[in-house]
Design a protein around this ligand. Structure first.
Ligand code: FE2
Ligand code: FE2
Length: 239
């Protein structure tokens, strides 16, 4: 069965550790892609074990942006797996490459790029910060439709969703990840929540969306809201 497994989040279900950061495993029939790695190697390791995920079998790691709460868990992968491809915004590729074993291939991303036949990077977008200056998001083509996965959404979640839709030419099935709304007012969050309805059928906000933000989305989206926290599995295959 194809699914998303949330491995690292500010919130967690029983048996999993909660900590500020984000990581999600995209499990496809042909391979698994790890999206971000959370903040602490020991937390990622614990949650991978709890989810029954073997880090030795991960062939590709996708890093949305070079923030500690998205790259910090990398050592727990490298510990048991020294042969994977790491996709990261070009501006940070050379920096991170120095910390990686030579057998890990660091692939710099600039423009929208297919990293596998069914996984497309949106290409980098400016974060508006000095460091990291760029962030990428991932689109996965599932049996249910296209899924957009975001790390922190520093470039603005609405702009990212808009770009994703213009790249694939169809509505998204699901948008999941950190939307970076934790310091927004209720009014601002409601506006973003409404705006996103133009682009995606289902929504699963977590990480830096903030607890209040998640609550507002839940109220606003009703049965189109999907709960996301460490330990949650989101099926992408029809039953
Ligand atoms: Fe960030
Ligand atoms: Fe973050």
């Amino acid at each position: 069965m194809e699914q998303l497994v949330i491995l690292y989040d500010n919130r967690a279900v029983e048996g999993f550790k909660a900590d500020w950061g984000f990581s999600l495993l995209v499990e496809l029939e042909e391979e698994s892609i790890l999206f971000d790695t959370g903040a602490k190697p020991e937390v990622l390791k614990h949650n991978m074990e709890a989810a029954g995920v073997d880090p030795a079998e991960i062939g590709r790691v996708f890093i949305s942006h070079n923030h500690w709460d998205h790259t910090g868990g990398l050592p727990s992968i490298i510990e048991v797996n020294r042969e994977f491809e790491l996709y990261i915004p070009e501006t940070d590729c050379y920096k991170i490459e120095e910390e990686l074993p030579e057998s890990v291939i660091c692939v710099p991303v600039v423009a929208p790029t297919y990293i596998t036949e069914r996984a497309l990077s949106t290409g980098v977008m400016p974060t508006g910060m000095e460091e990291p200056a760029e962030e990428q998001s991932l689109i996965v083509f599932s049996q249910m439709g296209a899924v957009l996965i975001t790390g922190c959404s520093h470039p603005d979640i609405v702009d990212i969703a808009k770009k994703a839709v213009s790249l694939i030419g169809e509505e998204l099935f699901l948008t999941v990840g950190g939307f970076h709304l934790y310091n927004f007012s209720d009014e601002e969050i409601k506006e973003v929540s409404e705006e996103l309805k133009k682009f995606t059928r289902f929504i699963a906000p977590c990480h830096c969306t903030g607890e209040r933000g998640i609550e507002i989305f839940k109220e606003n989206w009703g049965d189109r809201f999907v709960e996301a926290m460490a330990g949650v599995e989101i099926p992408l295959t029809e039953e």
